[in-house]
Design a protein around this ligand. Structure first.
Ligand code: MLC
Ligand code: AMP
Length: 489
């Protein structure tokens, strides 16, 4: 089995990447990744080392990822909008020795403790292929950090084989070909942007065009140019595109509709797609979104059909080579329709382990090897429908998974906060937004709290709503009753 980065030469002059600086062919991508691999080798990189990288969504991000894989090392992509504290946590937790960075991050990376810093500008143009390590598909390839029911994020370790399983399944199911051209607007440190969009494109010789940042007007303009064949995004992005469309004149709206005609597939995932968004998008673009369901730990698992029914409010049927079951609270597999339970998954795309966390890894699987997603669903006429999550401590906002516990522990560092609790509350645009209930003798204000939080947490984690209470509501065991807090908002 050829892995994505071993096949680049095959597509030669075909355009691989378009970014804000220009266009790059597959041969140029391969050459650049060889240069970076040589440089990393010279600085002591060995098979199995973790290499973090902090590079904007552009050509060098992709070349660095493939360079790391050429050396048999493990890629740890960092979130470009995280504060230094969060990078430091990921670097320490994954025991990363080197960080490759783009120049725009220089001011922040010098604040990191420990890792050797490698500027992408220092890479010399040596194009001798580095000695390839003896690489097998079961070797670890990637660590993605994900929030969960623990306070700090966990590193999800994938192998080349588990990534390939998702790539293969999506390429077949959604009929990717080298003629495809995808517009890329998502962050690259998560499965959706990295695997579903970038790696699927690179595996078939398609073109991946990066925007430096999501912007509704630019996305509509790119659609109108007629080159794009594929688009994939989180529901919030479709909501923002709809909002932009609604601000236009009738003539312009018709033009925007026409602009979408060359696209062959538009996908939504990473959070629940409201039926109102599905319907509105279909009416303004002519495209019925294909909703699918996945998770950092399992890759993509369930999806609506490419050529058949795309059922509103449902995530679809299992993708090839994925086995799905629903299990009730006492661990029995549910055979009847309409009975709610947890989705559990088996399949080749499931991750290997949480990095350095054997107990958490063990706890996340059943004894007979099913991964417990924590998502609650029902099965109706062969289609799965998500009903919610087992834990109130997990929030999904703009497609980002956020741990309420992580934010609570940060907020407790605020000098004016004595006690706090964090919940996700429903929001039309973001899916959920972060809301905090606090006990504060000094009556802390939302704006001052947000300002204080700016360099301590990623923008999407900062509370958008705040209630100051005399005391937090608790049950007889003293546990904060988060559902009561939600009602207060
Ligand atoms: C930003 N803002 C928020 C917010 N994030 N407000 C509430 N809730 C949030 N979550 C505010 C900012 O503070 C700012 O406010 C304004 O919105 C614009 O900020 P921005 O950063 O410019 O936002 P934008 O670029 O528009 O970001 C929206 C987005 C982004 C949807 C593009 O959230 C995003 O990239 N989401 C995708 C995450 C993702 O890839 N998830 C996949 C995980 S993998 P002000 O006041 O300053 O204007 C996974 C598995 C699977 O889930 O199944 O795929
Ligand atoms: P992450 O851990 O960031 O990979 O997010 C995975 C989680 O996103 C899943 O466990 C679900 O809760 C949620 N998710 C992904 N796709 C969908 C979808 N189509 N509908 C509802 N929730 C989804």
């Amino acid at each position: 089995m050829k892995l994505v980065f071993q096949n680049l030469e095959y597509f030669r002059n075909k355009t691989a990447i378009i970014d804000c600086r220009g266009k790059y062919s597959y041969s140029e991508l391969n050459d650049r990744s060889v240069c970076i691999a040589n440089y990393l080798l010279k600085t002591g990189t060995k098979k199995g080392d973790r290499i973090a990288f902090l590079i904007a969504p552009e050509f060098d991000f992709v070349a660095t990822l493939f360079a790391i894989w050429k050396l048999g090392a493990i890629a740890v992509p960092l979130c470009t909008i995280h504060p230094v504290d969060e990078w430091q946590y990921v670097i320490d937790d994954s025991q990363t020795k080197r960080v490759v960075y783009g120049e725009e991050f220089l001011g922040q990376v010098v604040q990191l403790n420990g890792p050797q810093l490698v500027s992408i500008l220092d890479i010399e143009p040596i194009t001798i292929n580095p000695q390839h390590p003896n690489l097998v598909a079961q070797d670890p390839s990637l660590i993605l950090y994900t929030s969960g029911t623990t306070s700090r994020p966990k590193g999800v370790l994938h192998t080349h084989q588990s990534l390939n399983a998702t790539i293969h399944s999506l390429v077949c199911s959604w009929r990717w070909t080298f003629e495809d051209h995808i517009l890329h607007v998502l962050p690259l440190h998560h499965t959706h942007g990295l695997v579903n969009k970038l790696l699927c494109a690179m595996s078939v010789g398609a073109t991946c065009e990066f925007l430096p940042k999501f912007d509704a007007e630019t996305v509509w303009n790119r659609f109108s140019e007629g080159k794009m064949t594929l688009f994939m995004a989180v529901p919030t992005i479709y909501s923002k595109l709809i909002a932009f469309w609604e601000e236009q004149t009738g003539v312009k709206q018709k033009e925007l509709f026409k602009g979408c005609k060359n696209l062959r597939l538009m996908v939504s995932g990473s959070a629940a797609l409201p039926v109102s968004v599905l319907d509105k998008w279909e009416s303004i673009s002519g495209h019925r979104l294909l909703e699918r369901y996945g998770m950092t730990e399992i890759g993509m698992a369930i999806a609506n059909s490419y050529s058949g029914e795309r059922r509103a409010g449902y995530i679809g049927t299992p993708l090839p080579d994925v086995i799905v079951r629903i299990v009730n609270e006492i661990g029995d597999v549910i055979e009847t329709v309409h009975e709610q339970g947890e989705i559990q998954i088996k399949g080749a795309s499931v991750f290997k382990e949480y990095w350095n966390k054997p107990q958490e890894t063990k706890d996340s699987f059943t004894e007979d090897g099913w991964f417990k997603t924590g998502d609650s669903a029902i099965l109706v006429n062969g289609y799965y429908k998500i009903l919610g999550r087992n834990s109130v401590d997990i929030i999904k906002s703009g497609g980002y998974k956020i741990s309420a516990l992580e934010i609570e522990s940060k907020l407790l560092d605020h000098p004016e906060i004595d006690e706090c609790t964090v919940v996700g509350i429903a929001d039309e645009e973001w899916g959920e937004i972060v809301a905090a209930g606090v006990v504060s003798t000094f009556n802390v204000q939302l704006l001052t709290l947000q300002d204080w939080a700016k360099d301590k947490m990623a923008p999407y984690k900062i509370p958008r709503r705040l209630i100051v209470l005399n005391e937090l509501p608790r049950n007889v065991l003293g546990k904060v009753t988060k559902n009561e807090i939600k009602k207060l908002f």
